[in-house]
Design a protein around this ligand. Structure first.
Ligand SMILES: [Zn+2]
Length: 332
Protein backbone atom coordinates (compact mmCIF):
# COMPACT_ATOMS: atom_id res chain seq x y z
CA UNK A 1 0.00 0.00 0.00
CA UNK A 2 2.04 2.91 -1.23
CA UNK A 3 1.56 6.28 -2.75
CA UNK A 4 -1.85 6.85 -1.23
CA UNK A 5 -1.17 9.96 0.79
CA UNK A 6 -2.43 12.69 -1.45
CA UNK A 7 -1.41 15.65 0.69
CA UNK A 8 -3.68 18.61 0.34
CA UNK A 9 -6.34 18.32 -2.26
CA UNK A 10 -5.14 21.27 -4.27
CA UNK A 11 -1.52 20.15 -4.10
CA UNK A 12 -2.44 16.65 -5.17
CA UNK A 13 -4.22 17.87 -8.25
CA UNK A 14 -1.38 20.17 -9.16
CA UNK A 15 0.98 17.22 -8.74
CA UNK A 16 -1.11 15.03 -11.01
CA UNK A 17 -1.21 17.66 -13.71
CA UNK A 18 2.46 18.58 -13.55
CA UNK A 19 3.58 14.97 -13.32
CA UNK A 20 1.91 13.83 -16.53
CA UNK A 21 4.26 12.88 -19.31
CA UNK A 22 2.89 9.68 -20.81
CA UNK A 23 0.68 9.63 -23.87
CA UNK A 24 -3.01 8.88 -23.47
CA UNK A 25 -4.08 5.37 -24.62
CA UNK A 26 -5.06 4.99 -28.26
CA UNK A 27 -8.46 6.44 -28.95
CA UNK A 28 -8.55 8.48 -25.77
CA UNK A 29 -8.35 12.18 -26.38
CA UNK A 30 -5.90 13.92 -24.14
CA UNK A 31 -7.33 17.09 -22.66
CA UNK A 32 -5.21 20.17 -22.09
CA UNK A 33 -4.77 19.34 -18.42
CA UNK A 34 -5.25 15.59 -18.76
CA UNK A 35 -2.92 12.68 -19.12
CA UNK A 36 -2.82 8.96 -19.14
CA UNK A 37 -5.28 7.17 -16.86
CA UNK A 38 -3.45 4.95 -14.40
CA UNK A 39 -4.35 1.73 -12.60
CA UNK A 40 -2.59 1.64 -9.22
CA UNK A 41 -2.77 -0.92 -6.42
CA UNK A 42 -3.79 1.15 -3.38
CA UNK A 43 -4.42 -1.70 -0.92
CA UNK A 44 -3.96 -5.47 -1.14
CA UNK A 45 -5.92 -6.53 -4.24
CA UNK A 46 -7.59 -3.13 -4.50
CA UNK A 47 -6.83 -0.99 -7.54
CA UNK A 48 -7.76 2.60 -8.31
CA UNK A 49 -8.13 3.67 -11.95
CA UNK A 50 -7.61 7.42 -11.91
CA UNK A 51 -8.34 9.55 -14.98
CA UNK A 52 -6.61 12.94 -14.86
CA UNK A 53 -7.49 15.65 -14.40
CA UNK A 54 -10.73 14.62 -12.73
CA UNK A 55 -12.85 17.42 -14.20
CA UNK A 56 -16.24 17.08 -15.90
CA UNK A 57 -16.77 13.43 -16.96
CA UNK A 58 -13.21 12.36 -16.07
CA UNK A 59 -14.13 9.99 -13.27
CA UNK A 60 -12.28 7.28 -11.41
CA UNK A 61 -13.02 3.57 -11.44
CA UNK A 62 -11.57 0.69 -9.45
CA UNK A 63 -10.94 -3.00 -9.34
CA UNK A 64 -11.10 -5.56 -6.55
CA UNK A 65 -9.16 -8.72 -7.29
CA UNK A 66 -8.84 -12.03 -5.45
CA UNK A 67 -7.47 -14.97 -7.44
CA UNK A 68 -9.78 -15.58 -10.38
CA UNK A 69 -12.44 -13.30 -8.95
CA UNK A 70 -12.70 -9.69 -10.05
CA UNK A 71 -15.16 -6.90 -9.37
CA UNK A 72 -15.14 -3.52 -11.07
CA UNK A 73 -16.36 -0.29 -9.50
CA UNK A 74 -17.74 2.07 -12.17
CA UNK A 75 -16.68 2.46 -15.78
CA UNK A 76 -16.02 5.54 -17.92
CA UNK A 77 -17.88 8.09 -20.00
CA UNK A 78 -16.84 7.26 -23.56
CA UNK A 79 -16.46 4.01 -25.44
CA UNK A 80 -12.74 4.64 -25.96
CA UNK A 81 -12.15 5.37 -22.28
CA UNK A 82 -14.16 2.32 -21.23
CA UNK A 83 -12.15 0.11 -23.59
CA UNK A 84 -8.93 1.51 -22.12
CA UNK A 85 -10.26 0.69 -18.66
CA UNK A 86 -11.03 -2.86 -19.79
CA UNK A 87 -7.50 -3.23 -21.11
CA UNK A 88 -6.04 -1.93 -17.84
CA UNK A 89 -8.28 -4.26 -15.82
CA UNK A 90 -7.21 -7.30 -17.82
CA UNK A 91 -3.61 -6.29 -17.27
CA UNK A 92 -3.85 -6.67 -13.49
CA UNK A 93 -6.61 -9.30 -13.13
CA UNK A 94 -6.67 -12.89 -14.35
CA UNK A 95 -10.22 -12.56 -15.64
CA UNK A 96 -12.61 -9.91 -16.86
CA UNK A 97 -14.78 -8.58 -14.01
CA UNK A 98 -17.66 -10.89 -13.12
CA UNK A 99 -19.36 -8.10 -11.17
CA UNK A 100 -19.63 -4.39 -11.89
CA UNK A 101 -20.86 -1.93 -9.28
CA UNK A 102 -22.20 1.47 -10.31
CA UNK A 103 -21.83 4.05 -7.53
CA UNK A 104 -24.61 6.22 -9.04
CA UNK A 105 -26.38 6.81 -12.33
CA UNK A 106 -24.17 9.50 -13.90
CA UNK A 107 -22.98 8.68 -17.40
CA UNK A 108 -19.28 9.11 -16.69
CA UNK A 109 -19.55 6.24 -14.18
CA UNK A 110 -21.96 4.06 -16.17
CA UNK A 111 -21.85 4.61 -19.95
CA UNK A 112 -18.94 2.17 -20.28
CA UNK A 113 -20.85 -0.69 -18.63
CA UNK A 114 -21.51 -2.30 -22.00
CA UNK A 115 -17.84 -3.06 -22.68
CA UNK A 116 -17.98 -5.51 -19.73
CA UNK A 117 -20.68 -7.88 -21.04
CA UNK A 118 -19.53 -10.72 -18.72
CA UNK A 119 -20.29 -8.70 -15.61
CA UNK A 120 -23.42 -8.70 -13.48
CA UNK A 121 -24.17 -5.00 -13.04
CA UNK A 122 -25.15 -4.07 -9.48
CA UNK A 123 -26.51 -0.75 -8.27
CA UNK A 124 -28.97 1.00 -6.05
CA UNK A 125 -32.56 0.60 -7.26
CA UNK A 126 -32.76 4.29 -8.12
CA UNK A 127 -29.50 4.05 -10.06
CA UNK A 128 -31.34 1.75 -12.45
CA UNK A 129 -34.42 3.98 -12.58
CA UNK A 130 -32.48 7.18 -13.12
CA UNK A 131 -30.18 5.63 -15.72
CA UNK A 132 -33.25 4.56 -17.66
CA UNK A 133 -34.80 8.02 -17.40
CA UNK A 134 -31.62 9.95 -18.25
CA UNK A 135 -30.59 7.70 -21.12
CA UNK A 136 -27.69 9.24 -23.04
CA UNK A 137 -28.78 12.81 -22.28
CA UNK A 138 -25.30 13.69 -20.96
CA UNK A 139 -23.87 13.28 -24.47
CA UNK A 140 -26.06 16.15 -25.71
CA UNK A 141 -24.53 18.56 -23.16
CA UNK A 142 -21.11 18.10 -24.76
CA UNK A 143 -21.75 17.13 -28.40
CA UNK A 144 -18.11 17.70 -29.39
CA UNK A 145 -16.92 14.81 -27.20
CA UNK A 146 -16.25 11.58 -29.10
CA UNK A 147 -18.62 9.40 -27.12
CA UNK A 148 -18.38 6.34 -29.40
CA UNK A 149 -21.19 3.85 -30.00
CA UNK A 150 -22.62 3.83 -26.49
CA UNK A 151 -25.23 1.30 -25.41
CA UNK A 152 -26.97 1.69 -22.07
CA UNK A 153 -26.38 -1.30 -19.82
CA UNK A 154 -28.27 -0.90 -16.56
CA UNK A 155 -27.92 -2.69 -13.23
CA UNK A 156 -29.70 -6.05 -13.28
CA UNK A 157 -29.25 -6.60 -9.56
CA UNK A 158 -30.51 -3.73 -7.43
CA UNK A 159 -30.68 -3.12 -3.70
CA UNK A 160 -32.16 -0.52 -1.38
CA UNK A 161 -29.88 -0.07 1.64
CA UNK A 162 -26.90 -2.40 1.54
CA UNK A 163 -25.61 -5.60 0.05
CA UNK A 164 -22.33 -7.49 0.47
CA UNK A 165 -20.26 -8.76 -2.43
CA UNK A 166 -17.89 -11.67 -1.94
CA UNK A 167 -15.02 -11.53 -4.38
CA UNK A 168 -12.88 -14.61 -3.73
CA UNK A 169 -11.42 -14.02 -0.27
CA UNK A 170 -12.46 -10.38 -0.14
CA UNK A 171 -15.68 -8.79 1.01
CA UNK A 172 -17.03 -5.48 -0.20
CA UNK A 173 -19.98 -3.80 1.44
CA UNK A 174 -22.13 -1.71 -0.86
CA UNK A 175 -23.76 0.97 1.26
CA UNK A 176 -26.39 3.41 0.03
CA UNK A 177 -25.56 6.77 1.66
CA UNK A 178 -27.82 9.05 -0.28
CA UNK A 179 -29.33 11.33 -1.19
CA UNK A 180 -26.07 13.23 -1.31
CA UNK A 181 -24.37 13.70 -4.70
CA UNK A 182 -27.47 12.21 -6.34
CA UNK A 183 -30.54 10.37 -5.05
CA UNK A 184 -28.82 7.01 -5.45
CA UNK A 185 -25.26 7.06 -4.14
CA UNK A 186 -23.44 3.87 -3.18
CA UNK A 187 -20.03 3.58 -1.56
CA UNK A 188 -17.96 0.40 -1.73
CA UNK A 189 -16.27 -0.42 1.57
CA UNK A 190 -13.64 -3.10 2.04
CA UNK A 191 -13.36 -3.49 5.82
CA UNK A 192 -10.38 -5.88 5.79
CA UNK A 193 -8.36 -3.71 3.40
CA UNK A 194 -9.68 -0.49 4.97
CA UNK A 195 -10.29 0.93 1.50
CA UNK A 196 -13.33 2.96 0.50
CA UNK A 197 -14.59 3.78 -2.97
CA UNK A 198 -16.71 6.87 -2.37
CA UNK A 199 -18.19 7.46 -5.80
CA UNK A 200 -18.82 11.18 -6.21
CA UNK A 201 -19.58 11.72 -2.51
CA UNK A 202 -15.92 12.72 -2.31
CA UNK A 203 -13.73 14.30 -4.96
CA UNK A 204 -10.13 15.37 -4.57
CA UNK A 205 -9.20 18.83 -5.77
CA UNK A 206 -12.47 18.91 -7.70
CA UNK A 207 -15.54 20.90 -6.67
CA UNK A 208 -18.35 18.85 -5.10
CA UNK A 209 -21.61 18.72 -7.05
CA UNK A 210 -24.86 18.19 -5.16
CA UNK A 211 -27.75 19.75 -7.15
CA UNK A 212 -29.28 16.31 -7.83
CA UNK A 213 -28.89 15.19 -4.23
CA UNK A 214 -28.51 17.25 -1.10
CA UNK A 215 -25.96 19.44 0.67
CA UNK A 216 -27.17 18.29 4.10
CA UNK A 217 -27.26 14.69 2.91
CA UNK A 218 -23.71 15.04 1.58
CA UNK A 219 -22.56 16.17 5.03
CA UNK A 220 -24.28 13.23 6.71
CA UNK A 221 -22.72 10.83 4.22
CA UNK A 222 -19.31 12.25 5.13
CA UNK A 223 -19.96 11.45 8.80
CA UNK A 224 -20.92 7.90 7.92
CA UNK A 225 -17.83 7.42 5.77
CA UNK A 226 -15.56 8.93 8.42
CA UNK A 227 -16.95 6.50 11.00
CA UNK A 228 -15.86 3.58 8.81
CA UNK A 229 -12.28 4.76 9.44
CA UNK A 230 -10.81 3.96 6.03
CA UNK A 231 -7.09 4.33 5.43
CA UNK A 232 -7.43 4.66 1.66
CA UNK A 233 -10.09 6.81 0.08
CA UNK A 234 -10.67 6.41 -3.65
CA UNK A 235 -12.68 9.48 -4.66
CA UNK A 236 -15.02 9.69 -7.63
CA UNK A 237 -12.78 12.27 -9.30
CA UNK A 238 -9.18 13.32 -8.61
CA UNK A 239 -6.23 11.54 -6.99
CA UNK A 240 -6.48 8.84 -4.33
CA UNK A 241 -6.12 10.12 -0.78
CA UNK A 242 -7.01 9.33 2.80
CA UNK A 243 -9.60 10.47 5.35
CA UNK A 244 -8.39 14.08 5.08
CA UNK A 245 -10.55 14.25 1.95
CA UNK A 246 -13.64 14.08 4.16
CA UNK A 247 -12.56 17.25 5.98
CA UNK A 248 -11.79 19.05 2.72
CA UNK A 249 -15.21 18.20 1.31
CA UNK A 250 -16.98 19.10 4.53
CA UNK A 251 -15.33 22.53 4.56
CA UNK A 252 -16.73 23.34 1.14
CA UNK A 253 -20.22 22.06 1.93
CA UNK A 254 -20.41 24.03 5.18
CA UNK A 255 -19.36 27.17 3.32
CA UNK A 256 -22.05 26.39 0.73
CA UNK A 257 -24.74 26.13 3.40
CA UNK A 258 -23.57 29.35 5.06
CA UNK A 259 -23.65 31.16 1.72
CA UNK A 260 -27.14 29.89 0.96
CA UNK A 261 -28.46 31.06 4.33
CA UNK A 262 -26.84 34.44 3.84
CA UNK A 263 -28.09 34.73 0.25
CA UNK A 264 -31.64 33.90 1.25
CA UNK A 265 -31.55 36.32 4.18
CA UNK A 266 -30.42 39.09 1.83
CA UNK A 267 -32.64 37.90 -1.03
CA UNK A 268 -29.71 37.69 -3.44
CA UNK A 269 -29.93 35.74 -6.67
CA UNK A 270 -27.59 32.69 -6.52
CA UNK A 271 -25.65 33.76 -9.62
CA UNK A 272 -25.09 37.23 -8.15
CA UNK A 273 -24.08 35.65 -4.86
CA UNK A 274 -21.62 33.36 -6.66
CA UNK A 275 -20.13 36.38 -8.46
CA UNK A 276 -19.44 38.23 -5.27
CA UNK A 277 -18.19 35.16 -3.36
CA UNK A 278 -14.50 34.57 -2.78
CA UNK A 279 -14.20 30.80 -2.49
CA UNK A 280 -10.71 31.15 -1.02
CA UNK A 281 -8.87 27.82 -1.07
CA UNK A 282 -11.77 26.14 -2.87
CA UNK A 283 -11.48 28.54 -5.82
CA UNK A 284 -8.51 26.50 -7.03
CA UNK A 285 -10.49 23.27 -7.21
CA UNK A 286 -11.51 22.19 -10.69
CA UNK A 287 -14.96 23.12 -11.96
CA UNK A 288 -15.52 25.94 -9.45
CA UNK A 289 -18.55 27.02 -11.55
CA UNK A 290 -20.46 24.22 -9.78
CA UNK A 291 -20.97 26.75 -7.03
CA UNK A 292 -24.06 27.98 -8.89
CA UNK A 293 -26.01 24.68 -9.15
CA UNK A 294 -24.81 23.80 -5.64
CA UNK A 295 -26.22 27.11 -4.36
CA UNK A 296 -29.49 26.56 -6.21
CA UNK A 297 -29.94 23.22 -4.43
CA UNK A 298 -28.81 24.64 -1.09
CA UNK A 299 -31.29 27.55 -1.44
CA UNK A 300 -34.09 25.10 -2.26
CA UNK A 301 -33.10 22.86 0.63
CA UNK A 302 -33.13 25.76 3.08
CA UNK A 303 -36.66 26.45 1.84
CA UNK A 304 -37.84 22.91 2.52
CA UNK A 305 -37.09 21.08 -0.73
CA UNK A 306 -36.74 17.36 0.10
CA UNK A 307 -33.34 15.74 -0.33
CA UNK A 308 -32.83 14.07 -3.68
CA UNK A 309 -36.02 15.55 -5.13
CA UNK A 310 -36.14 16.14 -8.86
CA UNK A 311 -35.20 19.72 -9.76
CA UNK A 312 -35.00 21.39 -13.15
CA UNK A 313 -31.40 20.45 -13.95
CA UNK A 314 -31.43 22.07 -17.39
CA UNK A 315 -32.34 25.38 -15.71
CA UNK A 316 -29.60 24.81 -13.09
CA UNK A 317 -27.12 24.03 -15.84
CA UNK A 318 -28.13 27.15 -17.81
CA UNK A 319 -27.55 29.34 -14.77
CA UNK A 320 -24.12 27.76 -14.32
CA UNK A 321 -23.28 28.49 -17.96
CA UNK A 322 -24.48 32.08 -17.45
CA UNK A 323 -22.12 32.45 -14.48
CA UNK A 324 -19.22 30.70 -16.21
CA UNK A 325 -19.65 32.74 -19.39
CA UNK A 326 -20.00 29.62 -21.53
CA UNK A 327 -20.12 25.86 -21.41
CA UNK A 328 -17.51 24.43 -19.03
CA UNK A 329 -14.89 22.30 -20.76
CA UNK A 330 -15.35 18.52 -20.80
CA UNK A 331 -12.21 16.58 -21.72
CA UNK A 332 -13.77 13.13 -21.87
ZN1 LIG B 1 -21.46 11.93 -10.49
Amino acid sequence: MTGTAAGTAVGAVAGAVVGVSAEAPAGVARGPAGGRPEMTEVADGVFAYVQPDGGWCLNNAGLIVSGDHTALVDTAATEARARSLREAALHVAATAPQVLVNTHFHGDHTFGNFVFPEALVVGHERTRTEMAEAGLHLTSLWPEVEWGELELSMPTLTFRDRITLHIGDRSAELLHLGPAHTSNDTVVWLPAERALFTGDLVMNGVTPFCPMGSAAGSLEALDTMRALAPEVVIPGHGPVGGPELFDETEGYLRLLQDLAQQGLAEDVDPVDLARRTDLGRYARWLDAERLVPNLLRAYAEEQGEPRGSRVDMSAYFSRMVEYHGGLPACHA
